[in-house]
Design a protein around this ligand. Structure first.
Ligand SMILES: CC(C)(COP(=O)(O)OP(=O)(O)OC[C@H]1O[C@@H](n2cnc3c(N)ncnc32)[C@H](O)[C@@H]1OP(=O)(O)O)[C@@H](O)C(=O)NCCC(=O)NCCS
Length: 298
């Protein structure tokens, strides 16, 4: 890729089209060459070019889990490939007993603490499927997989393993993401009427994100709201910090089919180069987003 890629500076987010995918350019990654006014030109930072390179080379494979497949045969997970598994969460589910069998004693205790059947069922199916897939990636038994929890609750494997994963569940569906040596976060939400979208945006979204939503209404507003929400959550989950990461300290794009949706991070602007944040299309009725680190983890 050209190391001195020159781009036009626009008042709204500048975008590049790479291999047919639209990529938003964080403002901090453009050095203006002649004043930085709208319509003038600038040079893209080296770090952002690295991110573009990674964004173009990372491959996302989405697969549906089958009910007949409790032995979970997984394809080889190559470097720079993110495998996403979709687990439908119906109730009753034919795989619920097999999923329960895979849970650790601690997870069974957690399952028993749910007072409502639906979230209990969703937890058992998602955690059971997670164990089943992890066991297959690692070549071990599902109950032998040792899951640890980081400071803010993100589940992970022991340090010795290069496999990273993240899970999200919502009404009717769970997503499970796996990748080697890169931190990863995933989020999915069912798109529905959200009468309190503006109030929630006021509370959780940044000024810039609220600006993107300002002129939208009806179905367009609801879809954009869930795009924004899932992108923010995927990024927060990839970083593992949960809600200790202030949600106003970064901006995501709310445009459709975004290949790089992380527009700005504060106070460290270069954080925006460290993550690929994009939608997971092809899940009708749901908004889903994936964040993957640009750099390899230890
Ligand atoms: C816990 C949190 C990380 C995600 O919660 P969520 O969106 O409600 O739920 P999801 O289904 O997407 O993710 C839950 C899964 O993420 C994983 N998880 C838990 N803590 C995590 C963390 N700190 N980082 C990454 N993943 C985490 C777990 O696997 C969990 O599944 P489990 O409870 O079955 O073990 C956190 O971001 C949160 O509490 N969010 C609340 C929602 C909110 O206010 N969002 C504002 C968005 S703009």
């Amino acid at each position: 890729m050209d190391e001195n890629l020159s781009v036009g500076i626009m008042a709204s987010a500048s975008q590049l089209s790479v291999n047919g995918a639209l990529i938003s350019i964080p403002q901090a990654s453009i050095s203006p060459t002649n004043g930085g006014r709208e319509g003038s030109r600038g040079i893209l930072h080296r770090d952002f070019l690295d991110l573009l390179h990674m964004a173009c080379s990372v491959k996302i494979e989405v697969r549906e889990c089958s009910d007949a497949m409790m032995d979970c045969i997984v394809p080889q997970l190559q470097p720079d490939v993110v495998q996403i598994w979709i687990q439908r969460l119906q109730m009753p589910s034919p795989i619920e007993p097999a999923c329960y069998e895979m849970l650790s004693d601690e997870e069974r205790e957690r399952a028993a603490r749910y007072l409502v059947e639906k979230p209990q069922n969703d937890f058992i199916l998602t955690r059971g499927r997670l164990r089943c897939l992890l066991a297959s990636y690692l070549g071990t038994g599902a109950r032998e997989v040792l899951l640890r929890q980081a400071e803010h609750g993100k589940p992970h494997l022991d340090r010795g393993f290069d496999l990273r994963f993240n899970v999200s569940h919502t009404d009717g569906l769970a997503l499970l993401a796996f990748v080697r040596t890169r931190e990863v976060g995933v989020d999915v939400e069912k798109i529905k009427a959200a009468p309190d979208a503006r109030r929630l945006a006021e509370r959780f979204f940044s000024v810039r994100e609220r600006g993107f939503l300002k002129d939208l209404s009806g179905d367009d507003l609801h879809a954009a709201f869930f795009r924004c929400w899932t992108r923010k959550e995927a990024y927060v989950k990839a970083r593992g910090e949960g809600l200790s990461l202030p949600l106003h300290q970064f901006d995501v794009s709310v445009a459709e089919n975004e290949s790089h949706a992380l527009l700005a991070t504060r106070p460290d602007e270069s954080e925006a180069y460290r993550w690929i944040l994009r939608d997971l299309p092809g899940i009708p009725g749901y908004a889903a987003a994936l964040a993957v680190a640009n750099t390899l983890s230890e």
